[in-house]
Design a binder for this molecule. Structure first.
Ligand code: NAP
Length: 285
């Protein structure tokens, strides 16, 4: 782990490779701010950019990548299919629009944003088709729990290679991570920083002081040492750089256990079972 850096990639079960660290762009609605953030991240060494149809900023991500002019093979772009676009035809049609907005010929990773019971298998059939056509290099899920994945397994020809889930010290999801490891699925943490709400936690502050690092860096290092991929979001240059500077220190086993002990099983967003049942994430009830 000591020779890891921000450019390190993990091997996925389908043979492709994905950077462990990326930039999340949820809630970046100001186009110029998003473009600046993507450029700063790229110049810092980030290669993974995580957007979604729901964020309404795929076009700005596309514009940023175009302006960067980076080698396409170097960049790893993830987008996600919205609940309202699930189903075979919905996925095919909306994905075509996503590609246009992103100004790309393919995306590296396409995720089902949330599990919903309508079109559950049809959506996945479309994902497998897009992969077969080469328009998507890897296919995965987001917010899928163990039962969603077990259910998917009953009909899938290929299983997701990534499951992107809410994951931070207050929602450590130990058994979900274990399940994903056993099934060759890489866990990717969304809201890896607990959306900025846990920085004052005394356990984190104490560990951060011991390493002369920030609490954000300690949390991201914890993800790294657990074997997670993670996609912290920031629009601030100093924070984007700070979040990428986690490869020069190591948490001890004791510190890892202390952070594991912070789990409260509290969520920032919806319980995936609820979204599965009602078929949409928003509006939050
Ligand atoms: N699949 C899903 O359902 C799902 C759901 C939510 C999010 N996501 C993805 O995951 C990404 C990350 O999650 P998130 O954006 O919800 O939360 P997050 O990355 O845990 O936290 C982002 C918040 O922390 C602040 N922040 C970032 N770095 C900081 C630092 N070093 N010091 C102090 N504050 C810092 C940011 O503020 P500033 O921007 O002002 O710096 C922002 O308010 C999203 O952007 C999105 O791509 C996926």
């Amino acid at each position: 782990m000591s020779n890891f850096n921000i450019g390190t990639r993990v091997k996925l079960a389908d043979g492709n490779e994905m950077p462990i660290q990326g930039l999340g762009v949820y809630k970046m609605t100001d186009e110029q701010q998003l473009i600046n953030s993507v450029k700063t991240a790229y110049n810092t060494g980030y290669r993974l950019f995580d957007t979604a149809q729901m964020y309404k900023n795929e076009a700005a991500v596309g514009q940023a990548l175009k302006e960067l002019g980076a080698d396409r093979k170097e960049i790893f772009v993830t987008t996600k299919i919205d609940e309202e676009n699930q189903g075979y035809d919905g996925v095919m049609k909306s994905f075509e629009e996503s590609l246009k907005k992103l100004q790309l010929d393919y995306v590296d990773l396409l995720l089902v944003h949330w599990p919903i019971h309508q079109h559950f298998f049809e959506t996945w059939r479309a994902f497998e088709q897009l992969k077969a056509e080469g328009l998507v290099k890897s296919i995965g899920t987001s917010n899928y729990g163990m039962l969603h994945l077990e259910y998917l397994k009953t009909k899938a020809n290929e299983m997701p290679v990534v499951d992107q889930i809410e994951n931070h010290p207050y929602l450590s999801q130990e058994s979900m991570l274990e399940f994903n490891r056993e099934n060759n699925i890489v866990t990717q943490a969304w809201a890896p920083l607990g959306r900025g709400r846990i920085f004052d936690d005394p356990t984190l502050v104490q560990i951060a002081n011991a390493h002369q690092k920030s609490t954000a860096q300690v949390i991201l290092r914890w993800h790294l040492q657990r074997g997670n991929s993670f996609i912290p979001k920031s629009v601030h240059e100093n924070r984007i750089v700070e979040n990428g500077s986690i490869y020069d220190f190591e948490l001890t086993d004791e510190e890892m256990s202390l952070i594991a002990g912070m789990n409260k099983n509290t969520r920032i967003s919806q319980e995936p079972e609820m979204v599965y049942e009602i078929g949409h994430q928003y509006p939050h009830g």
